[in-house]
Design a protein around this ligand. Structure first.
Ligand SMILES: [Cu+2]
Length: 70
């Protein structure tokens, strides 16, 4: 399954790498695709993810999760 989140504050490829790495550590995550221009973060996973866990990972990277679409 895939869930698309919106993350605020990413400005360059380094930001993208940090967010990808942190989200990639969550159990069940199989992929992360980030569109830097829009802040859209598409996360593929084998099971539904708790949004709080994704928000915590984004926060750990130094950015802010401001929403999710499905
Ligand atoms: Cu950056």
């Amino acid at each position: 399954m895939e869930t698309v989140y919106t993350v605020k504050g990413m400005t360059c490829g380094h930001c993208v790498s940090s967010v990808s790495a942190e989200i990639g550590r969550i159990n069940g995550v199989t992929g992360v695709r980030i569109d830097l221009a829009t802040g859209a973060v598409a996360v593929t996973s084998t099971e539904p993810l708790a949004q709080a866990a994704v928000a915590a990972a984004v926060d750990e990277a130094g950015y802010e999760l401001i929403g999710a679409q499905s």
